[in-house]
Write a protein that binds this ligand. Structure first.
Ligand SMILES: O=C(O)C[C@@H](Cc1ccccc1)[C@H](O)SCc1ccccc1
Ligand SMILES: [Zn+2]
Length: 165
């Protein structure tokens, strides 16, 4: 399993670079990220969170955990509507806060076979894609909260991290 960076680690704020070619190394990283995501458990994981700063995310919002999506160099083509959803993050354990995001999105990405795929999403899948793509831009969902809340979250997690040293 890969180690997931914990907020407020500055490496979470690095901007991920495009993936130039889908090769065996990318396929291995995607497999390792999927295993790490399922074990967490989570419904999404961005390469940034495992300290690999490339534009690769894995997502599985299915009940049966049998619908793995691997998105390489994802781009949101269209956004519409607004929806508020309580979010968590594997890099910010124990924190759940409401975040407003687009309700419906259209996404283009490259898959592990190197093919370009386009799909539309809403509900949890749309939220997850937006949450993961923020990670690739070095953005963590707590940054949508007030300065006061961010400071409280930061000190709470730093205290927890000191205690587990
Ligand atoms: O990027 C991550 O850290 C994984 C996130 C993805 C996510 C956040 C908010 C809303 C949807 C997806 C989560 O920690 S995965 C944990 C989880 C599990 C079920 C429902 C929501 C979040
Ligand atoms: Zn996250």
């Amino acid at each position: 399993l890969l180690k997931i960076l914990q907020y407020p680690d500055k490496r979470l704020h690095r901007i991920a670079a495009p993936v130039p070619v889908v090769d065996d190394e990318i396929r291995q990283l995607a497999a390792d990220m999927a295993e790490t995501m399922y074990a967490a458990p989570g419904v999404g994981l961005a390469a940034t969170q495992v300290d690999r700063h490339i534009r690769l995310i894995v997502i599985d919002v299915s009940e049966a955990k049998d619908r793995l999506l691997v998105l390489i160099n994802p781009v949101i083509l269209e956004k519409d509507g607004e929806s508020v959803h309580e979010e968590g993050c594997l890099s910010v354990p124990g924190i759940y806060e409401k975040v407003t995001r687009a309700e419906h999105i259209k996404v283009r990405a490259t898959n592990l076979a190197g093919e370009t795929v386009e799909f539309e999403a809403e509900g949890l899948l749309a939220i997850c894609v937006q949450h993961e793509m923020d990670h690739l831009e070095g953005k963590v969902f707590v940054e949508y909260l007030s300065r006061l809340k961010q400071d409280r979250i930061r000190s709470k997690l730093l205290k927890q991290q000191r205690e587990t040293m």
